[in-house]
Design a protein around this ligand. Structure first.
Ligand code: AMP
Length: 194
């Protein structure tokens, strides 16, 4: 069981820090699922479901989708079999309330997580997002998302540091360089090896 815990990963960091790209690469290398709440919400929006339509309006403004909606998605996903040996959460939790719900409602102890916190200065973030060109990557929406990050998500850094789960990572450099830094911190973690 200790291996399973070693592979419970949260990627934390501001929008544009490269969480999605790194999460995808880590999932492939470690053989555990990549769970991106943003990607799940965008898929719901593309399918035009009720939930998707409600979420889309908030996402286009850079605001957070309500906790209960996101929590239901995460809870259902974590119950699937492929998460037994670990998972990579990308974009969740995004607030203290969500971090507490992950513990209480999903039974995932904070102290058993590896919270990889990608550190990238704001000027660099805006540059990266403008290049990415997603629907919510317009400059005004980018600024709104950075503000939401500072107010709601950044307090998670202290939350996880206090629980001994925080692993700060320098997020400057090429995709490969940052990936290598992440892998060094995850040495003993292999979802296929249990
Ligand atoms: P992301 O792909 O992680 O950048 O998320 C894109 C957008 O989806 C965010 O700006 C939010 O509107 C919404 N979203 C994704 N994850 C969450 C979450 N954990 N809580 C609330 N809203 C979220």
């Amino acid at each position: 069981m200790s291996l399973a815990h070693a592979c419970r990963i949260v990627l934390l960091g501001p929008p544009g820090a490269g969480k999605g790209t790194q999460a995808q690469k880590l999932a492939r290398r470690l053989g555990i699922p990549h769970i991106s709440t943003g990607a799940i919400l965008r898929a719901e929006a593309a399918r035009g479901t009720d939930l998707g339509r409600r979420a889309a309006a908030l996402m286009e403004r850079g605001e957070l989708v309500p906790d209960d909606v996101v929590l239901e998605i995460v809870q259902a996903r974590l119950e699937q079999d492929d998460c037994r040996r670990g998972f990579i959460l990308d974009g969740f939790p995004r607030s203290l309330a969500q971090a507490e719900a992950l513990e209480r409602e999903c039974g995932v102890a904070s102290a058993g997580l590896r919270v990889l916190s990608l550190d990238v200065p704001s000027e660099e973030l805006v540059k990266r997002m403008v290049l990415r060109g997603r629907k919510d990557d317009r400059e005004d929406v980018i600024r709104a998302r950075l503000e939401v990050y500072r107010q709601q998500t950044e307090p998670l850094i202290a939350f996880y540091r206090e629980r001994g789960a925080l692993v700060p990572i320098d997020g400057i450099g090429s995709t490969e360089e940052v990936f290598e830094r992440l892998m060094v911190q995850l040495g003993s973690c292999d979802g296929r090896a249990s």
